[in-house]
Design a protein around this ligand. Structure first.
Ligand SMILES: *Cc1c(COP(=O)(O)O)cnc(C)c1O
Length: 233
């Protein structure tokens, strides 16, 4: 086994025990949790190593990087798109995305619908919510929660979109547990109208315990699995 593989394996074991412990405390089963390895900035070789460790789901936040890496990776994965998405990249992302986590505005949903229709694909999507309490801010990514039901309706009415649930990132400068508690309240209401849309993509390396406690079904984990990302820019 290469050193790199051994290192990731070790990280995965530690991560899995954090997940198991958090699930126990939340009285949930760890089989409810899907681990998405966030592979942004890491090379294709690392992605292939993940397959050897039983990981089937990977997440990327930039179309350009994801499109290239996908052609370099040997193994088959479910590719999750988790980053802010410009409408002009929708067509490319639809060509490979298993699940798009970051639908946060009507115009983007419309563009994804158009692209999916063009290739006769039913595209699975999540609505990304902005939990920052400082007010709506389009530069931040995420939909202001009061707009949720309207966008959910639009997606449900779109022939080539399938609404699978919600996604959020804990805002900076706030205890993630408080933000995820608000998210859980929003989700409870949302599920009354859209019971099939049961995915909750929340929780990263530093806040996965709080996310699990508040109902996360999909964790997006980068650094705890693959090590510190090189700081770019
Ligand atoms: C980078 C990223 C992650 C993973 O972050 P880590 O702290 O490395 O686990 C999760 N979600 C999104 C949207 C990201 O951009």
């Amino acid at each position: 086994m290469s050193d790199r593989l051994a290192g990731i394996k070790d990280n995965l074991e530690k991560l899995q025990s954090r997940i198991d412990k958090a699930c126990q405390e939340a009285k949930r089963s760890s089989t409810e949790i899907t681990l998405i390895a966030v592979t942004k900035t890491y090379p294709a070789d690392d992605v292939d190593l993940l397959k050897q460790l039983g990981i089937d789901d990977v997440g990327e936040n930039k179309d350009q990087e994801a499109s290239l890496k996908r052609t370099q990776v040997q193994a088959d994965f479910n590719w999750h798109f988790i980053g802010q998405l410009q409408s002009n990249k929708a067509k490319s992302v639809v060509s490979y995305a298993h699940l798009i986590h970051s639908v946060d505005r009507p115009s983007l949903a419309k563009e994804i619908q158009k692209s999916a229709q063009g290739v006769e694909k039913k595209q699975a999507v999540l609505i990304q919510l902005d939990l920052d309490q400082s007010g709506p801010d389009p530069s931040r990514g995420g939909l202001w929660p009061t707009e949720l039901m309207a966008l959910a309706q639009q997606i449900t009415d779109s022939s080539h979109l399938e609404l699978k649930g919600l996604m959020s990132v804990a805002p900076l400068g706030e205890n993630p547990a408080d933000a995820f508690a608000r998210l859980a309240v929003i989700r409870t209401d949302f599920l009354k109208a859209y019971p099939q849309a049961s995915i909750l993509s929340a929780g990263m390396s530093d806040d996965l315990e709080a996310a699990i406690l508040h109902g996360a079904t999909h964790l997006r984990i980068g650094s705890a699995l693959l090590g510190e990302r090189p700081k770019i820019g």
